[in-house]
Design a protein around this ligand. Sequence first.
Ligand code: KMT
Ligand code: NI
Length: 178
Amino acid sequence: TLEAWYMDSSEEDQRKPHRLNPNQPVPLKELNQLGVFYWKLNADIYEADPELEKIRKEQGYTYMDILSIRKDTLPDYETKLKMFFTEHLHLDDEIRYILDGRAYFDIRDKQDRWIRIDLGKGDLITLPAGIYHRFTLDETDYTKVMRLFVGEPVWKAYNRPADDFEIRQKYVASLKAF
Ligand code: KMT
Ligand code: NI
């Protein structure tokens, strides 16, 4: 299963866990209420995994590519990591499947607090269009991630504040249902 927790507000290295003391865990059910969904898969067989195929078919994830995020394999590593960790939203869902290594996704809860989601090999996560979030490596400085998308990919990120976008307003309205 997936581990998530509320973050402290220290300015220390973004790659550290940033847990509160005592730790304040966030159960998957609460992530679901924020529109975040999760599957656990066997990343060793991702190239021919019927479970992954089923999800891709059901969700319409026609596009996929794979990024190895480490200093010596990702062009413009420093710049990209800085961009990934700048709070932003997208007009489409963000779907990521960790094939190797580890990473954190941070998302905002309804009260605008940061929740850190700890991802490792085999974790597939979807963030809804319009949610504010950011991404970082952890102290191991490496992950290999599959990016999935419905149709032609659009990677454009809108940094916060992006409250005037219709997708943002739609997302915020969707939270009131809970
Ligand atoms: C994003 O938009 O937040 C990212 O794509 C970064 C994580 S996966 C490369
Ligand atoms: Ni993003």
